[in-house]
Design a protein around this ligand. Structure first.
Ligand SMILES: CC(C)(COP(=O)(O)OP(=O)(O)OC[C@H]1O[C@@H](n2cnc3c(N)ncnc32)[C@H](O)[C@@H]1OP(=O)(O)O)[C@@H](O)C(=O)NCCC(=O)NCCS
Length: 146
């Protein structure tokens, strides 16, 4: 049972727990790599990394978001990642994290949030629909390793 949930900006002391939750998102990452990525994000004032913390069990989840600017669209906020600890799902934490991102987007004058979600994440799709997001297209992801 979560006693008191706070949504706040991530801090250095959160990096290990954020890395652990990255594993729950399906992206296992070792401590050094996580630390490097974490620092890159923390040092970029354009991006936000918000965490949900409670007063007993540590981190309950995180959300990463960043502005994206393309020629073919008005600037929007992209969700870089969102995960809630398995032990705390269906308690409103994912929604609270997304609300925090949306509030920030409004503050900086951006009115669209976009995210990509693997076709297999059906629970997450239901979550996004239930908090007001709609699927606007389906696409492939192309990658070239250099
Ligand atoms: C998707 C995720 C972030 C949702 O977080 P959460 O804290 O459990 O979600 P909330 O409790 O805020 O859910 C709000 C509403 O969304 C809906 N919802 C959430 N998860 C759902 C699921 N698995 N199936 C169906 N509906 C769901 C429900 O309507 C829920 O309200 P209710 O519990 O009162 O019915 C979480 O399940 C998660 O971390 N999943 C694994 C990682 C992931 O897939 N991330 C998204 C990558 S794109």
């Amino acid at each position: 049972m979560i006693e008191k949930l706070t949504i706040r900006a991530a801090e250095l002391r959160d990096s290990q727990a954020i890395g652990d939750l990255c594993g729950q998102l399906g992206y296992e990452v070792d401590r050094d790599r996580m630390q490097r990525r974490f620092m890159q994000i923390m040092q970029d004032p354009a991006q936000i990394l918000r965490v949900a913390s409670d007063n007993c069990n540590g981190l309950a989840g995180w959300a990463h978001a960043l502005p994206v600017c393309y020629l073919e669209a008005e600037a929007f906020i992209e969700i870089g990642g969102l995960v809630v600890n398995k032990s705390c799902r269906r308690m409103g934490i994912g929604q609270a994290l997304m609300t925090s991102v949306e509030d920030w987007a409004r503050e900086i004058g951006i009115t669209t949030i976009r995210l990509r979600s693997n076709i297999n994440r059906q629970g997450a799709h239901q979550f996004y629909r239930n908090i007001g997001y709609e699927i606007v297209k389906q696409q492939y992801t192309f990658v070239k390793k250099l």
